[in-house]
Design a protein around this ligand. Structure first.
Ligand code: ZN
Length: 116
């Protein structure tokens, strides 16, 4: 098994060559690496799993603070607003990196003899 380079994940680089950027904008993953032509969509629905993981991570970071807010008798408006803010900002951030990490994980766990 090959290792995962965290630096490449953080900079959203290709898992194969660590040079090409794998994202276009913030929401879409390019079909192939612009540098080495590595296939960034190995199978249909490849990123669905990463979105489930990302969603669960976001929920884990959202629910305990909400319980804490309730416990400390915070304003109802704040308790209602909190998950929206959390999912919008933190959730987007987590989902973005979950997909990159997912791609690197897939690369690390498979040996592709054909080089694609
Ligand atoms: Zn590449």
């Amino acid at each position: 098994m090959k290792g995962i380079r965290i630096g490449s994940v953080l900079r959203a680089r290709c898992p194969a060559c660590h040079q090409g950027r794998v994202v276009s904008g913030f929401f879409s993953i390019l079909p192939r690496c612009p540098n080495c032509n590595y296939n960034l969509h190995p199978e249909p629905g490849f990123y669905v799993g990463s979105m489930v993981v990302g969603f669960m991570l976001t929920a884990m970071m959202t629910i305990p603070p909400m319980i804490a807010l309730k416990f400390f008798d915070a304003d109802v408006g704040l308790i209602v607003l909190f998950p929206f803010v959390e999912f919008l900002f933190v959730g987007t951030f987590i989902l973005f990196y979950c997909r990159i990490f997912w791609l690197h994980l897939e690369y690390a766990m498979t040996d592709r003899l054909d080089g694609h």
